[in-house]
Every structure is written in C-alpha cells, then in structure tokens.
Design a protein around this ligand. Structure first.
Ligand code: BQZ
Ligand code: CA
Length: 669
C-alpha cells in the first residue's frame, strides 16, 4: 500500500535481461546413484598409506571406515581415479581459528567445505536429476519422518571416526545444538529458532538423533541441516574447553580455543590442515579416516594434498590464469576481459565453466533499532533507513547500468533489483519489482521528505523536525562500510559515493580489511556494500538469512540477546511467507512462494540491489572428474559442488606440481 506514495518517482519497469554466458553439457545423475550407503567386499588405499598400516602406525582401512561408507559414483564423470597429486588453491581470507561451531572463519575459498562436514550435503544437489532433487547424505546417511509429520529421525554414519581416530556420533551433534547454536554467548552460524519455534533435538542413541517440530511437515528443514549451520566439530576436544563444562574457561577462551597454528586440525573432511604459515600457506593432507569410497572400494580422496596459498582473491584468478594455482571462482569483473584474452592462447592452463548471474553487489541499509544504536544520531539514521520513501529515493538514485559498465564493459553485468536472483532455479524475470534510475525524481522526492540543501554546499540538510534529532540542520552524511578484500567491493563503494553525491547525499567511506562479519555482528554501521551471493541464489538453504526469523539475521536487521527486532509490516509478511515455505512439501509451490517473497522484498526495497554478475570456474586442465556444467554458485560454491574428493590427476601429470609433505598423514608419526 505504502509503495505508491513517492509520486515524484518513476514507477517499476521490467529488469533489463542479460545474455547467458553458460554453454555446454551439464552433468545429470540420479540421487540414488550419486551416493549409496553400503558396505563393499573390500577396500583399498594408497600404497604408502597401506605401508603405514603394515608398520602398525594406523589401523587397517576397513577399520577406519564406517560400517557402511558413502559410496560415491564416478561413472557419471570420467571414472575411477588414481591416487596421488595436489590441488593448489588461493584464498584472500585468513583463518581466525578452527572452532567453526563458534563461528570462526577458517579462510573461505573452500576451506570450510573441507574442514566442516555437516548432517547433509547440499553443494552437489545441482547435478541431481529432477525426480529426486534433495539434500544428500553426509554425516547423516538416511532419515525418516514420523507419520504425524512432527518428528524426523536421522541415522548418523555408524562407526565413522574423526581424523584423530576418535569416534564420531550423536554427542558431537548434541554439543553443537545445545552448547553452541543454543548458547547466545557463542556466535554460532545457526540458531535453533531458525528451525521453527519450539524445535528440539533428542539423542536416541550414539548413532541416532531425533528432531521434534511443533509444525507439521517442515520439509525444507533438511536444507537448513547442511553447510554452514549443522556442521558439528569434535566435541571430544571442544566440550572440555566450553565454559559450561569447564569452570576456568570463558566464552572468549572457548571461541578462540583452536588457534590457527594448532595443527593438525581434527576434522571429518577428506583432507585436514597439517601446517599453517601465516600469510603464506596452509597444507592439507588426506584424512585416513574419511568416510567415502568409490564404487570399487578405493577410499577417497584420490588427491593426497591440498595447498592453500594465503594471498588475495584477485590473485586467485591471476595465479589460476597463469597456471601457478589450480582453481578460481572468477568473480572479479575488472579482470574478466584480460582473463578471456589469455584464454585464447592455446597453452591456456584452465577449463572455463561459466555460470549464471549468481553474484550480486548491493547496499544494505541498517534497520536495527536496538542492536548497535549508540546515540541519537544512530537512531535518526536507522529510522531513515526504515522509511520506504527514503529507500525508494536511494534506489532510484543508483545508475545500475553505469555501475555495471564501470566494472566491466560488455554483456556481463545486469541491474540487480535486490531480493533474490533472477537467474536461479526458481527465478523468473518478472518476479522482482524494479525501480529504474530517476535522478530528477529522486531529488524531488528527497526535497519532499524535507531534505533540502539549506547552505548551498551541494549536500541536502536534515529538516529541522523531530525526526532529525541532533542532526537537524546538518548535512545528510551516511557512513558506508565495505570490505577492501575484494576490488569489486571497493569499486562499487566508489560508484555509490559519486551517485549519492549527485543526489545530494554525502557518503563517508568506511573501508574494512578484516572480515565484515565481525562488524555486522556489532550492528555498528549505517550502510554497507555487500556481496550477498548464496542467500539470494539458494534461499531455501538460507531462509534464516533473508528474513528476521531469529535475532542474528538478516545481516541488516538484528535484534539483541534481550530484545527481538522491531519488524516493519512488510517484514512480518516476509516472515509469514517463509513460514509457508518451511512446511511446503511441493517444490513447485515452494518456488512460487519464493517468487512471492521476492515481490514483497523488492517492492519494499528491502535492500538496495545494484548489479548481478556472472562468474566462471577456472580449473587446471590436469584434473579429471570435474563435472561438466558445475555452477560457481548454486546449492553451495563450486569448490564443493564439483566434489573435489573425486578429482584425480593422471600419473604422468602428477610430477608437474610437487607435494609439500609427501607420504605424511595428519597425526601419524
Ligand atoms: C568462494 C567462497 C567459498 C562468504 C566468501 C567470502 C566471505 C563471505 C563467502 C568465493 C569466498 C570466495 O566467498 O569469494 O569465491 O570461494 O569463499 O567459501 O566472500 O566474505 O562471508 O559468505 O562465501
Ligand atoms: Ca548542505
């Protein structure tokens, strides 16, 4: 209703369509073929690992594997691999520590997807055939709903072990749920409220857990049980360090309990970090207890080592193009043209797999009225951010075509109206309400809101009314937080400054060179440039991040431990739509509801979307089993969507890159 108010402004128009860059075949495999849970007659491992077994340094492979391992299909790619070889990654982030249950950042770039394994696996869902496109097994192998639709029983990988040989089981999951997610002093990635009000988790036995839901058939809950929410860490190590169980521990000591230099990291993943050199590199070696095998019983992974060079995100693309690294999500538009020019060279080292426009850059406006409000200035800015007419003005003051062309010329970038991604499984061009660039209208509407340049310096001044608080009469100046870890974020922030200046709004840049998550958690920011990517591409996995279901989300509207968010009327509508999605068993109806969500979110300019950008996977040609058509971002990032544990390198190519820690295993001396 309120949406029609800003009469000065042009009304919605269709979003300009983009040309698709995707081409080539796309892997398709049936759910029950991709992964099976079953015992095989015999198991194999690399010869040098077998030698360690023979020397008595490690139990035999069949005793290291679960009773029924996850048998992964290789026939839908190139087939059975050979052991050996290395993949070299680059990350622009740095590990904060290894306590992922307590929200530590491990280094991104696919590190978390190796170290933290979750109840279900989502990233490879993109390759499933449509008859059964659902979360895949990971630490939970199978599950069943009760007849009344209120309970979900999950069976865990029986007999699976952590990389230090200690048993994995229900206690690990219970510790995550009760003492991390359920403890507001721990900045966990997920909160119990996001699983529906009143949801509880019960340990049935060491290998079985049972969820109890107040709602009937919350089918989409399974999508919340994967990366990065339901990924237990080793309770046998962390429980004794948690303040609830250790009187001399504090929350701070618990959160930082596993320092980056504490290696080897204890993990359930295919490899684990065995060496860390700050600002230089991390080495990961194969985990001898990893729970997957191929159809022939060869324990995975095929590659013995993963290296992470610690550099910048842009350098990831540059090094992969140059052949000194092996994998990049090419996501920095300013170097697309140069990379594509080099790709014409016959010696170009990589395959290029283009994906959908799955990345976006947006400006988030802080809506929080209790979190991080330190004074009356903050209060006035938050209230302004919460005013729809103001958000319309800001969004229509953004020239998205110009921002896109300034990042990279050509057909790559399209305007992004905010909300969810149009190029996604559920997306349709007309689902978004898109308010076009209209500088004159935006200026007029700003004046009508009472903001006029009373002192002739080109910046509008706050009206002398109660809404302005201590800012009455001052220039309208807003702080804009952005990360300097990505060049694109810096470039976008610069564009926002100049466009807002044309509108008469002064922007004070707040560059941040650590992880934005830290500042987001404090709520001490006005506006922020943000790449939202996965939440908008695969919202089913992140329902808790796109509307205020719990106090810790969305990033731009937090509550506090004491007080929930003050929801705007349209946010209540969004929460309501998400409630319907949670219990909708029909995927087609779920998609329709996601489109309803998008309409409400964009009509109300929930965030100021700017540009939608396609990305490409660059991967060195020496790897086999890279699934054709792997998306950079769908149900997870390309690193996990491509299933690295199945990658292999032919013997004659293995010498091209040497291992840094040959023939070593984490924790085995
Ligand atoms: C991909 C990804 C894998 C996080 C991160 C980073 C964080 C966000 C996001 C991407 C990086 C890479 O993205 O840019 O290509 O390798 O790691 O985890 O942007 O700042 O908070 O959500 O995934
Ligand atoms: Ca002024």
């Amino acid at each position: 209703a309120g949406v029609a108010r800003a009469q000065e402004l042009k009304g919605p128009v269709p979003v300009p369509a983009g040309k698709s860059l995707q081409k080539g075949e796309r892997t398709q495999v049936a759910y029950d073929k991709l992964m099976q849970i079953k015992a095989l007659p015999s198991y194999s491992e690399p010869d040098w690992v077998k030698a360690l077994v023979d020397q008595g340094k490690l139990p035999p492979v069949k005793d290291r594997l679960p009773a029924k391992p996850i048998v992964v299909d290789t026939s839908s790619v190139e087939g059975t691999g050979v052991y050996g070889g290395v993949i070299r990654h680059v990350s622009g982030a740095r590990p904060q520590g290894w306590n992922w249950m307590a929200g530590n950042i491990l280094a991104w770039g696919g590190v978390e997807e190796i170290e933290s394994q979750c109840l279900v696996r989502l990233a490879p869902v993109w390759m499933l055939t449509p008859e059964k496109s659902e979360p895949l097994p990971q630490l939970a192998t199978h599950w069943e709903w009760s007849d009344d639709g209120h309970a979900l029983t999950m069976h865990l990988l029986e007999g699976a072990k952590w990389s230090d040989g200690q048993p994995f089981g229900a206690d690990d999951v219970m510790f995550l749920w009760n003492d991390n997610m359920g403890d507001l002093n721990v900045p966990a990635w997920g909160r119990p409220e996001a699983f529906g009000a009143g949801t509880t988790l019960e340990k049935v036995d060491d290998n079985t857990i049972r969820w109890h839901f107040k709602e009937k058939n919350p089918a989409t809950t399974l999508y919340q049980m994967g990366f990065q929410k339901l990924c237990p860490g080793p309770a046998h190590i962390l429980k004794p360090l948690h303040p609830k169980y250790n009187k001399s521990a504090t929350y701070q000591s618990y959160i930082n309990a596993l320092k980056p230099e504490n290696t080897p990291v204890v993990s359930m993943g295919p490899w684990t970090v065995t060496e860390y050199k700050p600002d230089q590199l991390m080495v990961m070696r194969r985990n001898p207890y990893f729970y997957e095998v191929d159809e022939k019983g060869n324990q995975l992974p095929y590659l013995d080592e993963v290296q992470y060079k610690l550099s910048t995100w842009e350098d990831r693309t540059v090094q992969t193009v140059a052949g000194s690294a092996d994998y990049a999500n090419m996501e920095d538009p300013s170097i697309y043209l140069e990379s594509l020019r080099q790709a014409k060279n016959p010696d170009f080292p990589d395959k290029i797999i283009w994906g959908a426009r799955a990345l976006d850059w947006s400006v988030l406006l802080n809506y929080s009225t209790n979190c991080g409000v330190q004074n009356d200035r903050d209060k006035a800015i938050r209230n302004l951010n919460r005013t729809l007419d103001f958000r319309r003005i800001i969004t229509q003051g953004m020239d998205r075509e110009a921002i896109g062309q300034s990042l990279v010329r050509g057909p790559f970038i399209t305007p992004f109206p905010g909300g969810l991604h149009l190029e996604s499984d559920f997306g349709q061009p007309d689902m978004a309400v898109y308010y076009p660039y209209d500088l004159a209208g935006a200026k007029a509407a700003l004046a009508k809101l009472g903001f006029k340049d009373t002192d002739g310096d080109g910046i509008v001044n706050w009206p002398k009314t109660a809404m302005s608080g201590p800012l009455a009469g001052q220039n309208l100046q807003i702080n804009l937080l952005y990360t300097t870890l990505y060049t694109t974020d810096s470039n976008v922030a610069q564009s926002v400054v100049s466009m807002m200046r044309d509108l008469g709004v002064s922007i004070l840049l707040q560059p941040n060179s650590t992880e934005l998550e830290n500042t987001i958690g404090t709520c001490q920011w006005d506006w922020m440039v943000r790449r939202i990517d996965h939440d908008a591409q695969a919202p089913l996995l992140y329902l808790d991040r796109i509307a205020p279901l719990a106090a810790n989300n969305p990033e731009w509207h937090h509550g506090t431990a004491q007080e929930n968010q003050n929801l705007l009327p349209f946010e209540k509508q969004l929460v309501d739509i998400i409630g319907q999605i949670r219990t909708e068993v029909d995927p087609a109806k779920r998609n329709a509801l996601l489109r309803d969500y998008d309409k409400v979110a964009t009509e109300n300019v929930y965030q100021v979307g700017l540009v939608a950008v396609p990305a490409a996977i660059l991967i060195n040609k020496r790897f086999h089993n890279v699934p054709p058509g792997t998306p950079v971002l769908a149900y997870g990032w390309g690193e996990d969507a491509s299933m690295r544990e199945r990658f292999w390198v032919a013997k004659q190519d293995q010498g091209k890159v040497s291992e840094l820690a040959p023939k070593t295993l984490p924790g085995v001396k």
